[in-house]
Design a protein around this ligand. Structure first.
Ligand code: THU
Length: 128
């Protein structure tokens, strides 16, 4: 994917940060998913007193895209409000493996934008 498109996706993910509700962890995460139509969908994390119910940013962005009829997710960007790289948690890796397997995964940090595939982040993934 073009560098400008990756940057656009990172910026969209940053925009999503401000709507996150990390009321327990205080850790804001924003995400943006690029659908095969070219449309970008944002997501952010929402926490709940029943902590297992908390929703990760990238899951929300991907679900928004797929539930609006996108066939594929071409790329996902994930950022937090810290300066460090924000990589998907284990649960989100399994989720991306299932629902966005061809997506380029971008995150931003001190050394600039980094790109991963889900096969790098979740080698030997579970599949039934
Ligand atoms: N979080 C995400 O939104 N995505 C990830 O991949 C890592 C974790 C959220 C969940 C929780 O609201 C907060 O970050 C701290 O774990």
């Amino acid at each position: 994917m073009l560098a400008e498109k990756a940057l656009e996706l990172i910026n969209e993910a940053r925009e999503a940060l401000k709507f996150s509700r990390p009321v327990y962890s205080g850790f804001r995460v924003g995400a943006a998913a690029l659908g095969s139509s070219g449309q970008i969908y944002r997501g952010c994390n929402f926490e709940n007193p029943s902590l297992m119910m908390s929703l990760c940013a990238e899951k929300l962005a991907i679900l928004k895209a797929l539930s609006e009829g996108e066939e594929d997710i071409k790329a996902v960007a994930i950022v937090s409000d810290s300066k460090d790289y924000c990589l998907p948690c284990g649960s989100c890796r399994q989720f991306i493996f299932e629902f966005a397997p061809v997506a380029d995964i971008y995150t931003d940090g001190k050394e600039g934008i980094k790109k991963y595939s889900i096969f790098e982040l979740l080698p030997e993934a579970f599949r039934p």
